[in-house]
Design a protein around this ligand. Structure first.
Ligand code: FDA
Length: 308
């Protein structure tokens, strides 16, 4: 890994840097660019703006690897409040939620996590919206797909996520390319060991295209989560080749990343869903976004160094 990138990811655990980032105006601006705020009200305001601009949304209440049942319960309660607010504001038709199983108890007990995400799905159904299960590192893939399978007996609309960085993903794509199946395809955000993952980014990109082809040829609803201009071009060509019409698939991008491209695709009649993170646990998320992009990194470091 690039040493600068390792440094930034290591800074993700440092409290004084976190405090500085939240208070220095320049870095605060970066936080606001990538994170919708700390509260449900902040998040709903951002959703309203995005929806006014023709976007769809999926919301993530930040936090993962929760090891305290009380915290898992608070996460569930926040999702329930959020879903109510989306419904009350008339936004639920365009805004769904994304849930990490480790945020609702997977590290404590698989059954607890399933019960908790079950409650979120039941609330989403009441509010006429949907849930997607975010995918975490490869040690959780089987448990997440088991939960998905269980939930889909009751709610076929529960979305899955596949990561092209993992060797297993093409097989999983075949299994999931079935009617009604909503599948987000991303590259994968985790540093995975060689035994389970492609060795180079190039191989993972090729695997992305192969998995996209499987999903487009199948009967499900693919959701292409990437900012990669090359992949977006290839996807456009593959979508046409498979005769897919807008509305039978969607593009997804992160809040604050390539907003111009989000606008371009929307103007072309594509369905674009923005992944909007919010919550008090924004710091680790921000560090991951910065580590992905050298230009943001340089800006961030300059702002920190010139703080006085
Ligand atoms: P990559 O990071 O390789 O970037 C490729 C190119 O895209 C860059 O060279 C640049 O041109 C452009 N680009 C990227 N970032 C940019 C930026 N900030 N500004 C301008 N250009 C930029 N992961 C996971 O493991 N589990 C999950 O559940 C999810 N969920 C998810 C949802 C959504 C909606 C998205 C968009 C992503 C995820 N991810 C995820 C994260 C995903 O796996 C991946 O880590 C990031 O999206 C980065 O990968 P890219 O495909 O954007 O390509």
């Amino acid at each position: 890994m690039n040493p600068l990138r390792s440094l930034i990811l290591a800074a993700g655990g440092n409290d004084s840097i976190r405090r500085a980032v939240a208070t220095i105006p320049a870095t605060r601006g970066l936080v606001e660019r990538f994170v919708a705020g700390e509260t449900v009200a902040d998040a709903v305001t951002v959703v309203g703006d995005l929806v006014d601009n023709g976007r769809y949304v999926t919301l993530d209440y930040l936090g993962e690897d929760v090891r305290d049942p009380g915290q898992a319960e608070r996460t569930v309660q926040t999702y329930l409040t959020l879903l109510d607010r989306l419904y009350d504001e008339g936004l639920a038709a365009r805004a769904e939620v994304s849930v990490k199983l480790s945020a609702v108890g997977l590290c404590l007990d698989e059954k607890l996590a399933l019960d908790n995400v079950w409650r979120i799905c039941a609330a989403a159904e009441q509010c006429a919206t949907t849930v997607t299960l975010d995918m975490e590192d490869h040690r959780t893939t089987d448990a997440t797909l088991r939960a998905l399978d269980e939930l889909r007996h009751t709610w076929p609309w529960v979305g899955a996520v596949l990561q092209s960085s993992l060797n297993r993903t093409e097989n999983d794509a075949v299994t999931l390319a079935v009617p009604d199946s909503r599948v987000r395809l991303c590259k994968g955000a985790y540093a995975e060991p060689r035994e389970v993952a492609w060795r180079s980014r190039h191989q993972a990109d090729l695997a992305y295209v192969r998995a996209a082809n499987i999903l487009l040829a199948g009967a499900g609803y693919p959701m292409f989560a990437t900012h990669d201009p090359r992949l977006i071009d290839i996807l456009g060509e593959r979508i046409r080749w498979h005769g897919r019409k807008p509305g039978s698939y969607e593009y997804q991008m992160l809040y604050g990343v390539r907003p111009g491209e989000q606008a371009r695709l929307t103007a072309e009649g594509e369905l674009v869903r923005v992944y909007v993170p919010f919550g008090e646990q924004w710091y680790g998320y921000l560090m991951r976004r910065l580590a992905e992009r050298p230009a943001n990194l340089a800006f961030f470091l300059r702002a920190l160094v010139s703080r006085s």
